[in-house]
Design a protein around this ligand. Structure first.
Ligand SMILES: [Fe+2]
Length: 191
């Protein structure tokens, strides 16, 4: 029988900070609340009835070893362009929200933010502005040689963007190491 494939719709998190999470996801994603009560909230930033949701209960607590325990690593949201990603980087920086680490994965160009409970949210733009091309890149030896990608300093990349440099030129410099961060950041995998 043919497999009828469903489309990815939403992510729901257990939390003990519903209000903080609502505020953060509202700021970061431009999401708004579709329904909430004292223990839960459902939000969306597009036409879907919800894209992220939060459920709480009195006995839910933080996991101090979250990044070395089995769990989801991140959710991801895509912009149409490098320009939109960079403008959003600046908007969030002005709100004192900065990425934990940034990677040029080549199939995507990505900024990873940590929400109030340490869940990562990846803000990205497609590396080719074309899902078919970026998907095909994943079958190349270049991707196999470095599937994680190349770290970059978002301030350096933002300044290059602001000075008028285009996406391809920025990425050439990322690959050359010109925009490398001072220290290699943690990507939240293990202790
Ligand atoms: Fe990702």
């Amino acid at each position: 029988m043919t497999t009828i494939r469903p489309v990815l719709h939403h992510v729901t998190m257990r939390t003990s900070r519903v209000s903080e999470m609502v505020n953060w996801y509202s700021t970061v994603l431009g999401a708004h609340v579709m329904f909430r009560n004292e223990r839960a909230a459902w939000m969306t930033n597009d036409e879907a009835n919800h894209r992220v949701a939060f459920l709480s209960a009195p006995d839910i607590t933080d996991d101090p070893q979250k990044h070395s325990h089995n769990a989801m690593h991140h959710s991801a949201f895509e912009y149409d362009s490098f320009g939109d990603l960079m403008e959003s980087y600046k908007r969030l920086k002005d709100e004192k929200i900065e990425p934990s680490f940034c990677l040029d994965h080549q199939m995507t160009f990505s900024l990873y933010y940590k929400d109030p409970e340490g869940n990562y949210v990846e803000l990205q733009t497609d590396g080719s502005y074309d899902w078919k091309k970026s998907g095909a890149f994943m079958s190349t030896p270049a991707f196999a040689a470095n599937p994680v990608g190349i770290f970059f300093d978002p301030d350096k990349v933002y300044e290059a963007h602001r000075s008028g440099m285009d996406f391809d030129a920025v990425r050439d410099l990322v690959r050359s190491g010109a925009f490398a961060p001072q220290h290699t950041p943690s990507i939240g995998l293990g202790a």
